[in-house]
Design a protein around this ligand. Structure first.
Ligand code: SF4
Ligand code: SF4
Length: 233
């Protein structure tokens, strides 16, 4: 009787379209994460909902100490989102964001300050109302120059703002999780802005996930952008 491959075997064989360094870092993180779990079903579930990838991204960020940043709470040009998407997040991040924002349903939100602002934002203080639940993309986006962020928010391509390395590792970890679980579990990504909008409009988590769920090609496109950005750096 053939034995189905273990999760570690599947992770080991998984491939993702990232630079070799980023892919290796993400794979080592996932292998360590899965190897430390006693409960195989829990490990599978946490790979599928992005808990593992999110943990890898957050851990990477906590071990960095970038200097010279202009970032501060209330400085919110980076929370003015282009398009309706707002960035790629995992299912676990979507759930946390929804839980943080649902109690605020019906209150004025970021879009009362700026039409393209993230609905998580407080329109008066311009602080994130889901700060502890903010996704990796929000934690990793930084800048040394507020004026550059303002220019970017107005659609100009200027140097200064960018995402720290752990964001790229996180994305690669989502891609590897998807490859490892192919045919067994769905590993989906979601649009940050749509999850936040659905939550502050009082929609249930299931409805928020349904409206915000990406097609698989969205992760492919984000991985491609990530690889290009890492290669240029
Ligand atoms: S990324 Fe830019 S807009 Fe956002 S907090 Fe940092 S300096 Fe302010
Ligand atoms: S979740 Fe918070 S930090 Fe992230 S874009 Fe929205 S307001 Fe900004």
């Amino acid at each position: 009787m053939s034995k189905s491959p273990s999760l570690l075997d599947r992770l080991n064989k998984a491939r993702v379209a990232s630079t070799p360094e980023v892919a290796d870092r993400a794979k080592r993180g996932l292998m360590a994460y899965a190897g430390a779990q006693d409960n195989a079903q829990k490990a599978l579930a946490e790979l599928a909902d992005g808990t593992a990838a999110t943990g890898i991204g957050r851990l990477g960020l906590t071990t960095m100490a970038p200097t010279g940043l202009a970032c501060a709470q209330g400085c919110a040009f980076c929370c003015i989102l282009s398009g309706a998407d707002g960035g790629t997040i995992t299912e676990s991040e979507a759930g946390a964001l929804h839980a943080a924002l649902s109690p605020l349903a019906g209150q004025p939100d970021g879009r009362d300050w700026h039409p393209k602002a993230c609905p998580s934002l407080d329109p008066e203080t311009r602080k994130c109302r889901a700060y502890d639940a903010r996704p990796v993309i929000c934690r990793a986006y930084v800048s040394t120059d507020v004026d550059a962020c303002k220019s970017v928010s107005e659609g100009q391509a200027v140097p200064g703002p960018g995402t720290l390395g752990p964001y790229h590792t996180y994305l690669a970890a989502i891609g590897l999780s998807r490859a490892a679980l192919k045919g067994t579990r769905r590993v989906a990504t979601y649009a940050l802005a749509r999850v936040a909008a659905a939550a502050v409009e009082g929609q249930s988590l299931d409805d928020a996930l349904a409206v915000a769920r990406h097609k698989p090609t969205e992760l492919d496109a984000e991985l491609k952008r990530s690889k290009r950005d890492v290669s240029r750096a």
